[in-house]
Design a protein around this ligand. Structure first.
Ligand code: MG
Length: 158
């Protein structure tokens, strides 16, 4: 049985915060304002995986009202999501994502993100795609005040 999932996330960017994307810390004068480490890409992937398995969303499993998840490393959340899917006997076929960020350029970090995500999910790098776009200087993202990410995935249960 094949199932698809879709996830989206957005975080505001402000100085004084770190910028984490795909499990990699990226040098920038601003970072994601969040209860967790604000890894927008990982959050979108978590929601895609949970959605594919019809297991709710990231807010249901890791509420931002809980002190357990204060400044939590989002890789830990992704690991938990993978375990939830494994418990339901699902395996991940592939994940495709797009990050929308005006700056800095993400091209130099894409391969590290794919490797990092594959390591957390125990997948091959070829099963994870990360793409990056700007917002053409329009809106909050285009002005450098937010980062967004979209993710889709395919999972199957034998
Ligand atoms: Mg988030």
């Amino acid at each position: 049985m094949l199932r698809t999932g879709f996830g989206y996330d957005l975080h505001r960017l402000e100085s004084g915060y770190d910028l984490w994307l795909g499990g990699i810390r990226i040098e920038h004068e601003k970072g994601a304002v969040a209860h967790s480490d604000g890894d927008t890409l990982i959050h979108a992937i978590c929601d895609a995986l949970l959605g594919a398995a019809c297991l709710g969303d990231i807010g249901k499993h890791f509420p931002d009202t809980s002190s357990d998840y204060k400044n939590v490393d989002s890789k830990e959340l992704l690991k938990e999501v993978m375990l939830l899917l494994q418990k339901e006997r699902y395996s991940i076929q592939n994940i495709d994502t797009t990050v929308i960020l005006e700056k800095p350029k993400l091209a130099p970090h894409i391969e590290s993100m794919r490797k990092q995500l594959a390591a957390v999910l125990q997948l091959e790098t070829s099963q994870i795609s990360v793409k990056a776009k700007t917002n053409e200087k329009t809106g909050l993202i285009g002005e450098g005040d937010a980062v967004a990410a979209f993710a889709v995935c395919l999972i199957n249960r034998k």
